[in-house]
Structure formats: structure tokens, C-alpha cells
Design a protein around this ligand. Structure first.
Ligand code: NDP
Ligand code: 2IT
Length: 445
């Protein structure tokens, strides 16, 4: 049995109920076969893949808090410190009822390779809780965040582990978490990113993931098809942080974004999404995407998951894992879609990804396409260390450079292994190579 197959078997045996984690590891190891085969004996002797697929540390804790009715609620908190090979653990916190250890481990595993691709000195981690901020009062969210940080503060620090936002964790939550960290530790340090601009945040962090996604799409279009976003019909799923700023940048570059969604359904506006209206609904009122049609009756709202049936040239899944399956991929292709780039983490199922690769759909996987968010988080860490803040234009220019460099690295790695155009392999290989080199230099750790 090949070394990759042995390690895959081990991962399944040791983490039997962790379906998302197993899915993410399979996807990465399958595309690393070409690299591992070239170094089979060495990697096996060093148990390199066993070390890469086992997190350095998993922290799991109880989060008790008092709701507005005076009742005690108990949630579960996690932080998975996956790899510190190339820098302090870095990655977001997700607050969503679906959160469990498998989901946090898959996200932490992906983060290791993503952070490596940014070229910046950050290791990989992820955390979160099954707490659902939806429908909670600000006071309840604060009570939860304070309790969560009362436990988490023991394990993080500006040079140790630097969390940020993800699903359900935005500016409000980061503020409450930061305030509690400071009270407990008595340290004013860059322990979180995505902070508000008045207390150490970076300009352009809010926009970074969505903008970065569109920058890499533009680079791909230019390189592969000598084309641009101008006039392209784009469908974006989700209507949170990533979806909103992907829509904004795509519109700025001349694309026509016609659909957005949330977990209840999707909207289609053939005139082009009115983003000010979406921001008002989602960012100010914390409402639902269907509220869009009340303000703009010419648009339509459709309940359920069908957003990928909306015909488009480019699809940008920006909601959550496994939101786009094989049937969706087929429908996209039938309707003429020729490019998919992932703003979310692992939104396409493995079968969908295989379909893109086999059917000539240009595809950029999340660990490359959504790396702009964590890249600007690393720039926020740099600014905190320097005790300076850079202008929006400066951060945005660095972000664009980073995304163009990621495209080049991914494209080159694929070509080196005769897999031209396979950016799944390219991203995994390029991300892996740097982590391996750093691990080798540091001895058996
Ligand atoms: P937000 O919480 O701001 O928005 C999430 C959006 O996705 C909402 O519209 C939400 O709908 C929808 N969504 C979430 N879970 C589900 C679900 N189970 N089914 C259907 N829809 C769902 O999160 P972000 O925009 O920050 O994150 C979106 C994706 O991007 C995630 O995969 C995240 O890991 C990834 N990402 C985020 C980065 C960042 O900087 N924020 C960086 C890199 C990747 P509803 O309101 O109905 O739940
Ligand atoms: O998935 C991700 O890369 C994020 N949620 C952002 C992580 C970060 O540290 O900014």
C-alpha cells in the first residue's frame, strides 16, 4: 500500500466520525500523491504526513453564560492549533450551531496550507463554538463572548495564536472578545485581527476576503483567457462578509452580479444587485436576504438551496462547506458557467471538484481564492507590531499583490508536476512545500 493510502487509512481510523475533516485531508493528500511518490521513503521514515494530519493541539471547553431570561446556557468552545511550522497559529473563529470538532479541524487543516500560500509568517489554527448569534440580543452576544474569552485567553497571544472572524463572528464579536482579553491579561496587544479601526484594526480587513477573491479571479481570467470580469454574469452565494465584498469588487470591475443567498433561500435581481440595499439589510439591520424583495419588488426571492440553477458565467460560492454538489456543478456547466472560485472554505463537494476538473471549468479552490482575508489579518499583525496604520490604498495594493503572487505560485506548482490548469493540485503542492521545508528545518516536531 502506498504511503498516502496508509496515512489516509490512519486518518479515517483515528477520526472515525469526523466527516468534514476526513474530506479535507483526502482532498489534500490525493493531490499530493505526485509529490509524496517522489519522496516516498524519506517522508515515510519521518512520519511527515502523520504529523501534518494531526493537529499540534486541540482545546475544547465549556462556555456557560446567562441569557436575557436569566437562564443559564451552555455552549461548547474549541480552538484547534494545527501547525506552527511557519508562524504563530492564525485563523478565524466560527460561531454557528453546526460547529463541532470535525468542522473546526477541517478548517484548521485547510488554514495551514492557505496561510503558507500567502507568503506571510503565519501558522494555521481555527476555533469556534456551536453558539448561534442569530436572534440574540447584543447583551447576550457580549455575555457569550466574555465567557468564551475567559477560557480562550489562556491559550492565545500576539506571538502565540491570533484568532479572527469567520461565520457568525464579525466586528461586534471581535470587539467583545478583545475587550475581555484585555481585562484578563492586562495587555493591549494584537491578539485578534479584524479589530475595529479605533482600537488597532486594519483598513481593508473587512473587504479583504471578498476583494481578494475577485482579484484572483481577474488574474485567472487574464492569464488563461486574456479576458476580464467586464460584462460577466456572476452568481454569489451567501450574503455575509465575504459575499458582500466579493459582490462590491466584482461590480467595480464591471461584472453584473445577479444573485445572493442565505440559509433560507436566494434572490435574483437581473438589473444587478443593489449592494447598498444589501448592506443596509445585512450589516445594519441584521436582517434576511428575502427582505431585499420588499424594497425592490422587481427582484425575486426563491426559498431553498437552488441558487446554482441561476444561469451565470462565473460562480462564487461564499457561504459554507459542501453547499455545491455534483448536480449543482452539472447545472452550472449546462447553463454556460465556465469559472468557479471559492470564497467559502470547501464549499464544493469532492464530486463537484472532480467534475470541474474533468469538464474544463476553471476552478480556484478556497485555500488560494479566499486567502486574502487571512493575508490582510497578517498585515494587521504587522501594523500592530509597528504601532502604525497603513492607508486603505496601501493595504489594498499589498492584498492585490499577494493574490497575484498566489495565482503565480499555484499555476507554477501545477505546471512543475505536469498538471497545468489543475489549481487544486497547484494550491495543495505549493502550500505543502513551504510547510515541509519549515518542518524539516526545525527537527522532529
Ligand atoms: P458570515 O457569517 O458573514 O456570512 C455567512 C453567510 O453564509 C450568510 O449569508 C449565511 O446565511 C450563509 N451560511 C452560513 N452557514 C450556512 C449554511 N449552513 N447553509 C446556508 N447558508 C449558510 O460569514 P463569512 O462571510 O465571513 O464567511 C463565509 C464563508 O467564507 C465561510 O465558509 C468562511 O469560512 C469563509 N471565509 C471567511 C473569511 C473571512 O475573512 N470572513 C476568510 C476566508 C474564508 P445565514 O445568515 O442564513 O446563516
Ligand atoms: O478562513 C479564513 O481564512 C478566515 N476566516 C480568516 C482568518 C483570519 O485569521 O483572518
Amino acid at each position: 500500500m502506498s504511503y498516502v493510502d496508509q496515512v489516509l487509512e490512519r486518518v479515517v481510523a483515528k477520526n472515525p466520525s469526523e466527516t468534514e475533516f476526513i474530506q479535507a485531508v483526502k482532498e489534500v493528500l490525493e493531490s499530493l500523491r505526485v509529490v509524496v511518490e517522489a519522496n516516498e521513503e524519506k517522508f515515510k521514515k519521518e512520519a511527515l504526513l502523520e504529523r501534518i494530519t494531526d493537529p499540534e493541539r486541540i482545546i475544547s471547553f465549556r462556555v456557560p453564560w446567562v441569557d436575557d431570561s436569566g437562564n443559564v446556557q451552555v455552549n461548547r468552545g474549541f480552538r484547534v492549533q494545527f501547525s506552527s511550522a511557519i508562524g504563530p497559529y492564525k485563523g478565524g473563529l466560527r460561531f454557528h450551531p453546526s460547529v463541532n470538532q470535525s468542522i473546526i479541524k477541517f478548517l484548521g487543516f485547510e488554514q495551514v496550507f492557505k496561510n503558507s500560500l500567502t507568503g506571510l509568517p503565519i501558522g494555521g489554527g481555527k476555533g469556534g463554538s456551536d453558539f448561534d448569534p442569530k436572534g440574540k440580543s447584543d447583551r447576550e452576544v457580549m455575555a457569550f463572548c466574555q465567557s468564551f474569552m475567559t477560557e480562550l485567553n489562556k491559550y492565545i497571544g500576539a506571538d502565540v495564536d491570533v484568532p479572527a472572524g469567520d461565520i457568525g463572528v464579525g466586528a461586534r464579536e471581535i470587539g467583545f472578545l478583545y475587550g475581555q482579553y484585555k481585562r484578563i491579561k492586562g495587555l493591549y496587544e494584537g491578539v485578534l485581527t479584524g479589530k475595529g479601526l479605533t482600537y488597532g484594526g486594519s483598513l481593508a480587513r473587512t473587504e479583504a476576503t471578498g476583494y481578494g477573491l475577485v482579484y484572483i479571479v481577474a488574474e485567472m481570467l487574464k492569464n488563461v483567457k486574456n479576458d476580464s470580469l467586464a460584462g460577466k454574469k456572476v452568481v454569489v452565494s451567501g450574503s455575509g462578509n465575504v459575499a458582500i465584498y466579493a459582490t462590491q469588487k466584482a461590480q467595480e470591475l464591471g461584472a453584473n452580479v445577479i444573485a445572493l443567498s442565505d440559509s433560507n433561500g436566494y434572490i435574483v435581481d437581473e438589473d444587478g444587485i443593489d449592494l447598498d440595499l444589501v448592506k443596509e439589510i445585512k450589516e445594519v439591520k441584521r436582517g434576511r436576504i428575502k427582505d431585499y424583495v420588499a424594497a425592490k419588488p422587481s427582484a425575486k426571492f426563491v426559498e431553498g438551496k437552488g441558487i446554482w440553477s441561476v444561469p451565470c458565467d462565473i460562480a462564487l460560492p461564499c457561504a459554507t462547506q459542501n453547499e455545491l454538489d455534483l448536480d449543482d456543478a452539472k447545472t452550472l456547466k449546462e447553463n454556460g458557467c465556465f469559472l468557479v472560485a471559492e470564497g467559502a472554505n470547501m464549499p464544493s463537494t469532492q464530486a463537484a471538484v472532480d467534475f470541474y476538473l474533468e469538464n474544463g471549468i476553471l476552478f480556484m479552490p478556497g485555500k488560494a481564492a479566499n486567502a486574502g482575508g487571512v493575508a490582510v489579518s497578517a498585515l494587521e499583525m504587522s501594523q500592530n507590531s509597528l504601532r502604525l496604520s497603513w492607508s486603505f490604498e496601501e493595504v489594498d495594493a499589498r492584498l492585490k499583490d499577494i493574490m497575484v503572487n498566489i495565482f503565480t505560485k499555484v499555476d507554477d506548482a501545477a505546471k512543475r508536476y505536469n498538471l497545468e490548469g489543475n489549481y487544486v493540485a497547484g494550491a495543495n503542492i505549493a502550500g505543502f512545500e513551504k510547510v515541509v521545508e519549515a518542518m524539516n528545518a526545525q527537527g522532529i516536531v
